[in-house]
Design a binder for this molecule. Structure first.
Ligand SMILES: [Zn+2]
Length: 215
């Protein structure tokens, strides 16, 4: 494996000088697809320390090396249209061909099913999948009581962490609903999702984190 990696590295370096910046980006994307070149990862590792890991089926994601291969600058908010348990079940089903990185339950628990490194198939838009983290929320879009304070608080903390990790602003251009993805035929999170409250909570959390970091 080490020898193979060395040979490929040699080829890539020769190519870079000739081919320019756009191609460098392509080579970087191509690079991690070679066996043995992805960022080391450990089974059960999570990106938010509060999350519990349950792996999604491999067919519902594409292995990546974000943010090295694709930058992350969007959070996409979804609603499961069912229980968290039902969402876990479909995300573990390879036939489903879709899954999000996280599910936030009504009691505030977080389940992570796909690493942030990887591209989850959740937005039904390739470009938006590549640049985003998808967060599902347990409930039904037409049941406002499903959107509990515990859920908002826990999700806001998760989103604040993502905005901080990948250094993009916590605003409505970067934190969007599935319904706002270009070409989306989904309506989640729907009219009962309280964006003003959610974004206030995300920004408050970011302030707390930046204060903690400065200490
Ligand atoms: Zn959705």
């Amino acid at each position: 494996m080490a020898r193979r990696r060395f040979l490929i590295a040699g080829t890539a370096t020769v190519g870079l000088g000739v081919l320019g910046v756009a191609t460098q980006q392509e080579l970087k994307r191509w690079w991690w697809r070679m066996p043995g070149n992805s960022t080391p990862r450990m089974e059960g590792q999570v990106d938010d320390s509060r999350a519990r890991w349950v792996a999604a089926a491999d067919a519902n994601l594409r292995r990546g090396d974000r943010p090295a291969d694709y930058g992350i600058d969007r959070v996409i908010v979804h609603v499961t249209q069912g229980s968290a348990a039902a969402a876990v079940k479909v995300f573990r089903n390879p036939e489903h061909r879709a899954a999000a990185h996280y599910i936030v339950c009504q009691d505030g628990q977080i389940i992570q099913m796909i690493r942030e490194l990887d591209v989850a198939f959740h937005a039904a838009n390739r470009e938006y999948n590549e640049r985003s983290i998808g967060i599902e929320h347990e409930g039904w879009i037409d049941k406002p009581q499903d959107f509990t304070d515990e859920m908002y608080r826990s999700s806001a903390k998760l989103t604040a962490g993502i905005c901080t990790r990948y250094k993009f602003p916590a605003d409505r251009e970067h934190v969007i609903g599935h319904n706002e993805v270009p070409g989306a035929d989904h309506t989640d999170p729907g009219r009962h999702w309280d964006w003003d409250k959610y974004m206030r909570m995300v920004r408050a959390q970011m302030k707390v984190e930046s204060t903690l970091r400065k200490r």
